[in-house]
Each structure stands twice: as C-alpha cells, then as structure tokens.
Design a protein around this ligand. Sequence first.
Ligand code: G3I
Length: 301
Amino acid sequence: AKPIILRDLAKPRFFGAAANTTFLFNDKNYTNVISTQFSIFTPENEMKWESIEPEPDSFTFGPADEIVRFAESVGAKMRGHNFMWGNQLPPWVNASLTATELDKALKNHITTIMDHYRGKIYAWDVINEMISDNTPNETFKDNIWTQKFGEEAMPKALAYARGGQTAQALSDTLYNVAKGFLADGVPLDAIGFQCHFTLGQVPSTLQQNLQRFADLGLDVAITELDINIHGPANATALAQQAQDYWTVVDACVQTQRCVSVSVWGVSDDHSWIPNGAVLPWDAEKQPKPAFYAIADAFEGK
Ligand code: G3I
C-alpha cells in the first residue's frame, strides 16, 4: 500500500508539529517521522524569550536556526513562537525595568528576531496566552506585560510585529478584543487556537468558533493540538482519541480561512505531557489510530 503522508493529504493546508532540537538529530525514528510527515514546524522552546535573548540585546539564534534550516531542508514552512508571553522570560525582563525600558526591550526583541528570520517564517505567534482564564471577571492575564502596559500590551506587540495568536468565555473575550482591535486599526492578521484537549472534551462548537473569527477577516490556525488520554491508553481510549483528532482537523478543513493544523510534538515519548499518550505517534514512532483519523479528516472522509 502507498504510505500515508499527512503533509500531502493536508494540502492546501499545512500539517505541522512542534519541533525540539533535543531530539531532532538524536532519535533516528523521530527524525524519520519529522522529516516526512510535516509541512510546517513550530520551535517548541527555541524561540522563546529566555532561549533566544537570555541577556539584554544578546541573541542566541543557534538552536532556532537549526530548526529553520531543518525545515528548509525538508521543504517545510515555519511558525515563529512567540514574542509576548508571561512564561519562559529571562530574569532581566521580569525584573525592575520601567515601562519605558520594557517597551524598548520589547521593540528591540521583536524587530531583531524578525529581521534575522526575514522571509523564513510563515506566521508569528506575536501574542501567546494573554487572555485571562478568569473571564469575564478580568480580561487579561496578570503578567509583566499587563502590569507595565495594561490594555496597551497586546496592541503594542502587534504594532511592533505587524502580525497574531491565542483560543468559550475566554474565546468570547478574545473575540471582542479582536473585533475591537480591527475596528481600531490594530494590525492583527490571524488567531491561533492551541487545542490542548482532554480525551472526549473537544468543544462541539469548535468549527463555529473558528468560523466567527474567520468571518472578521482573520486567518485562523490550529497551533498546538494534542489530546491527553489521562489514563490507560487502551483500545477504547485510542479510538476516542482518534475521534477527537478527527473532530479538530475536520473543523479546520471546514473553515476556508484555516491555514494549518499543528500538533504539539510528534511522538508520545517526547511530549511536554509525559504520560498522557497525547500525540499521533507512539513511543516507537508507530502511527496510532489518531494518525489515520487525521488522514481521513484531511481527505474529507
Ligand atoms: O532548558 C532547561 C534545561 O536547561 C534544564 O536542565 C531543564 C530541567 O528541568 O529544564 C529546561 O527547561 C525546560 C524547557 O521546557 C526546555 O526544555 C523547562 O523546565 C520546561 O518547563 C519547559 O517546558 C515547556 C513549556 O512550554 C514551558 O512553559 C515545554 O517544553 C513546551 O512544550 C511548552 O509549550 C507551551 C507553548 O509554548 C504555549 N502553549 C502551552 C504549551 C504547553 O505548556
């Protein structure tokens, strides 16, 4: 039988993964899957602030460059991840900078990195996880950006990057923020939906939700998909997981402006969730039922 190549089936969309330099060339079977199945990559950690600008104006591009070169070598695109986030910040950013100093640092960070990667990144996650989990009581998360800049934080990052990212209460808040931004002329291009889901809990409104953002004139993308089994990965769980993957990929396929589906990792042994069996390949890099479900969804089956 012809091998199943998800990157081909996904066309005209991209099928992506978070890539991690720790495993890129150190685990042969991982390298094999990652070289053949994907058409877009997101560095799992290598472009985060603490990695790429650990000290003021001192940039460490090496590991991120490695992924960009790898992507080029296999004809895949890149998603940049990320510029404005409350986590994985080096101490100097989280320290006692004034608002003016922090503003300067943010601008320098974004422009230096975008210059370095000019022409090589398909989309940037400019803003990551900035909407509060506690909406509607509060709109934005409490972090250094909102502490120093308040509601100006996100427009600021978008203005510096000219570009965008994030995912029902939370989503409604995000929808209103996005709508307001567009009305104000803030240069927002796209919204990424992370989709770290628990088995059997993919929201039934996912496609509708993608569609309403698309209807604002924004591109949308599934940026960090994984499905946590939270228990034994028996046949029943794996079948439900396949169903869940299908639902998410199908939601993208049914949304014209949905440009890509990226899974957050490749194989269960190299996931940020150690025991969730969350990904489409198992620890032996063998395709799981989820893999075939993704193929079916891309093929409209
Ligand atoms: O680099 C250090 C290493 O020097 C040290 O020896 C080691 C010991 O623990 O830690 C290493 O740092 C780890 C880092 O990944 C790089 O491997 C951190 O402990 C670990 O917490 C960090 O986890 C990452 C997490 O973001 C941090 O917030 C995960 O790999 C990464 O998958 C995860 O990705 C995020 C997305 O960016 C945004 N959306 C949610 C998603 C899951 O949390």
